[in-house]
Design a protein around this ligand. Structure first.
Ligand code: ADP
Length: 569
């Protein structure tokens, strides 16, 4: 009968879902539309979590963050051309940050696209994606879906993780094949991120350098956080006695209150260290490319642990490259740090401690000082306390000043609890990252957002309310980009380009969708609202009113703004 025949058949829709599930992927972040609407419905029917967004870029950022947090590629599913392009920004950002994700986009028919005959949402997506990701694949036949997804997973996770594009033309979904053959065509990827052991001579070289150091420093990056080698990394730091600095997303790998943290003496240790060991951190702009004033006059020798051999010598010579996965490299170093190990000279560690104490007590004063209107310090002083009470909460952070101040003021206590603008310093990750953090961890999420940064993904407050996620958004509202006091130099009636509507009530955006909205003008009000939100798990937006004169142009990276060379035309 027709019915029996149908039971023995499978199709492209089912094969995509089955292949993902077979590989332990249980969540899709996306936005339905032609030709993938039914795929989202079927995925949900088959027990996957489908989180549907309002804009693909945010779904893509969510997939990237999920990849970073779980070591499984986050999946972003979009429609063709414009939806694909919206997701592509997130795919490029994920690749830049070494986060594993797969952007799966439906596409128009190859025959029409290649002849440029003007199909609905026509675009050569595969080629458009290639420069922006680690790998790109297209599947044309149902029997290749299993291989396509296996290749995408392996490309995303193995070696240096990154973004992968998978192109699925509309016609593929309705192709049928015999169900049993379909099952056999699927691949469960074995060992998608195989361990890579460092060569013993490279370990010995690194240890020699460390042993000879008078002022050693360990620099932990988000690669170290991603690697989930938390216990070993902590043991390496503690057994070696070497002071360490966390890059922003490595904060919490060891608690920021750890005695060996040199974060509060950052400029001092970067300038004065003689041997610096990078663990999953690149010497890019965030570290002044390893040279210049930041790194001081003391000659440096670098040890660099990285899975990607081509990262070595990218900016300055690396004396001791250690190529392998962080878990294996750290384990190998630990083997060499045995009974006879000499901790760093007390001169070095006590000089750091002195500077730290001075800077920390100076900061403590600024956190208490101003009550109303709040500034960044007084508002973040409150956030800092709440995070201390709830170290399990995930912090998402974007903005200019809001980012810079929060990064240094809000201590983190557990690994992978801080998600931020990353390698590009990109705005717009906020709500996507917040949704992913809530969905993948089930923990409370606090999104610390500049008012400008929030604007890039603000519509996702509806998504947060729809899925009833335990996300509390705190908007640092100072009426504009950087600050709210710029004036139009022409004397015209348009506001200055950096200024927003004054005293905007962002909290009402949340109540529009059934969430909880609060305006806070004092640290007390902010603290009460934030504690309540974290305790209740209810979607909340706190409009934290900040002095509009607070804030500096571009925060701490003002120097990246080109200077005007001439005053007149
Ligand atoms: P940060 O911005 O925190 O300094 P980066 O993103 O610049 O960190 O650096 C992360 C580095 O970690 C990348 O060079 C990447 O190749 C590396 N990496 C990622 N995962 C691993 C891993 N499992 N083992 C070793 N290195 C890794």
């Amino acid at each position: 009968s027709v019915q029996e025949q149908e039971q023995q058949l499978t199709d492209g829709f089912h094969l995509v879902i089955d292949a993902l599930k077979l590989n332990g992927i249980d969540t899709i972040f996306g936005l339905p539309g032609i030709p993938i609407t039914d795929l989202t419905r079927l995925a949900q029917a088959e027990g996957m979590r489908v989180i549907s967004f309002r804009h693909e870029q945010n779904a893509g950022h969510a997939a990237a963050a999920a990849g970073f947090l779980t070591q499984k590629p986050g999946i972003c599913l979009t429609v063709s051309a414009p939806g694909f392009l919206n997701g592509l920004t997130a795919l490029a950002n994920a690749t830049t940050n070494c986060f594993p994700m797969i952007l799966i986009s439906g596409s128009s028919e190859r025959e029409i696209v290649d002849l440029q005959q003007g199909d609905y949402e026509e675009m050569d997506q595969l080629n458009a994606a290639k420069p922006f990701c680690k790998a790109a694949f297209r599947v044309l036949h149902a029997q290749d879906i299993g291989i396509g997804i296996a290749r995408a997973i392996r490309a995303a996770l193995s070696g240096r993780p990154g973004g992968v594009y998978l192109d699925l033309p509309a016609k593929l979904f309705s192709q049928t094949m015999e169900a049993e053959a379909g099952r056999r065509s699927l691949i469960k990827v074995q060992d998608p991120a195989p361990r890579q052991l460092p060569a013993p001579d490279t370990v010995a070289r690194a240890l020699d350098l460390l042993k000879g150091a008078k002022r050693p420093l360990i620099l932990l990056g988000k690669g170290a956080a991603y690697a989930q080698a938390d216990a070993q990394i902590r043991e390496l730091v503690e057994r070696s006695g070497i002071p360490y600095l966390p890059m922003s997303m490595a904060k919490g790998l060891l608690p920021d209150t750890h005695v060996q943290s040199a974060a509060a003496a950052r400029s001092y240790v970067l300038a004065e260290a003689d041997v610096v060991m990078l663990v999953g951190a690149r010497l890019n702009w965030l570290l002044s490319h390893g040279k210049g004033k930041t790194w001081g006059a003391v000659p440096k020798q670098f040890i660099q642990i990285d899975i990607s051999p081509t990262e070595i010598d990218s900016n300055v010579p690396i004396a001791a490259p250690l190529i392998g996965d962080i878990g294996s490299c750290v384990a190998a170093l630990l083997d060499g740090i045995g009974a006879g190990w000499q901790k760093p000279p007390a001169e070095w560690t006590s000089a750091i401690a002195q500077r730290k104490d001075k800077n920390l007590s100076k900061m403590a004063q600024t956190l208490e000082a101003i009550v109303a209107p709040m500034n960044f310090h007084s508002a973040l002083g409150v956030v800092r306390k709440v995070v201390q009470e709830r170290p399990d909460a995930v912090i998402v952070n974007e903005g200019a000043n809001t980012l810079d101040y929060a990064r240094s003021i809000v201590d983190m206590y557990e690994p992978r609890k801080r998600l931020d603008v990353g390698t590009w310093g990109v705005m717009g990750i906020g709500m996507g990252f917040a949704v992913a953090a809530a969905v993948t961890t089930g923990k409370p999420v606090i999104a610390i957002e500049g008012d400008s940064a929030f604007g890039f993904s603000g519509m996702e407050v509806e998504t947060i309310c729809r899925y009833e996620l335990p996300v509390c958004i705190v908007i640092f509202n100072n009426n504009g980009v950087y600050k709210g006091t710029d004036v139009n130099a022409s004397g015209g009636s348009d506001p200055a380009p950096t200024v927003f509507v004054k005293n905007a009530r962002y909290d009402l955006m949340m109540t529009a969708f059934g969430g909880h909205g609060v305006t806070a003008t004092t640290p007390d009000e902010l603290g009460r609202a934030l504690r309540e939100a974290v305790a209740s798990g209810r979607p909340t937006l706190i409009n934290a009113v900040i002095d509009e004169t607070a804030g500096t142009e571009s925060g701490r990276i003002t120097n990246l703004n080109p200077q005007r060379a001439a005053t007149k035309k």
